[in-house]
Ligand binder design. Sequence first.
Ligand SMILES: CC(C)(COP(=O)(O)OP(=O)(O)OC[C@H]1O[C@@H](n2cnc3c(N)ncnc32)[C@H](O)[C@@H]1OP(=O)(O)O)[C@@H](O)C(=O)NCCC(=O)NCCS
Length: 375
Amino acid sequence: MTDKSASSAEAVPPTRPYAPGLEGIVAAETALGYVDGEAGQLLYRGYRIGDLVDRGTYSAVANLLWTGEWEPGHRLPTAPVPDAVMAALRALPRTAKPMDALRTAVSVWGATQLLDWPPTPEQARALTAFSPSALAAFTRLRQGLEPVDPDPSLDLVPGFLYQLAGKRADAGTARALDAYFIVGAEHGLNASTFAARVITSTRSDIASAVTGAIGAMKGPLHGGAPSEVVEQIHRVGTPEHAEEWVRDAVARGERLMGFGHRVYRAYDPRARALRTVVEAMEHKPDWLELAIAVEDVALRVLAELHPERALKTNVEYYAAAVLQGVGLTPDLFPATFALARHAGWTAHVIEQAGANRLIRPDAIYTGPAERDLPA
Ligand SMILES: CC(C)(COP(=O)(O)OP(=O)(O)OC[C@H]1O[C@@H](n2cnc3c(N)ncnc32)[C@H](O)[C@@H]1OP(=O)(O)O)[C@@H](O)C(=O)NCCC(=O)NCCS
């Protein structure tokens, strides 16, 4: 037997640029979202995120992403859950993670639909309207409660809250969650959106793309950490304790949850918009005042200890306040983020299909060089 165990990097030298994680590689053109980290700016089809939160609803923003048209009165009630999906949700263990239940629901939903190529805004609408009903149904089933049918007179976010609780939410609560959905709708070529585009590039269907995107978002490096923000604020305890706690945490090398961002060097515009909304909520989480006090201290201490790096509040900080304030339990936070991101995922799916090119990068082969099988 010959064993030419030469490293294949020698055998097949890289001839093209290698960028692990595709960092710095431009892999698509998009007219959907624009992120300027230095200026702290986020635009959806050119419109500022703060203006969209002030003057829009999630349904109008989703429609803007899908069609390019700004119709502030656009409505999208939640849609019924097909029997096959409900049977699948009933079959899941109550201990299943809400993200797993949502991923399963979207996959089964896809099997109940005729999803032709290319994906359309109608398909995007149908899927985005279905998923909140599915998540609400699973949330009730695991509590031993029966699912609640959609109320077609309610728009998507108030409809989701109604199907979760079995009663209508007050206007302030629905408005706060709607704002969260708007800021979560789209954020460029993040990992889950890229996953959706890769799946679409094979001419697969929109449900497969969103099922894969949910799988990508489930990982802790992507789904964000608003539930950890809640835990952290509880650990701080009182405003007087904030300075000592923050300094100790940074000295221990811990990351303060809800601060810092890979792209934003300025205050995250989504955090600013959500802070305004949460401060106007009728039912604020009781720790909101504490959170604001901790934020002030954390920004001051981080600026002092990391003068070389601008570490500002990110979206997760006030997302935690909104999600807690509207009564969601922390284990529902990631799946609720996934519901919000449906608009962006499906808009990217439509955009990818519109100028499709199979996404197929290369890898540097590092295995053994050519050799004979053992005799
Ligand atoms: C979001 C995040 C992963 C971005 O990280 P990044 O761009 O890769 O930044 P780096 O990891 O290179 O950090 C640069 C420096 O700032 C410090 N830093 C970054 N975020 C910090 C935070 N939240 N608290 C304390 N220090 C922080 C790091 O310790 C590092 O200093 P060091 O080199 O001396 O260790 C990071 O800021 C973080 O972990 N934040 C907390 C978690 C969070 O809020 N996630 C939600 C993001 S939307």
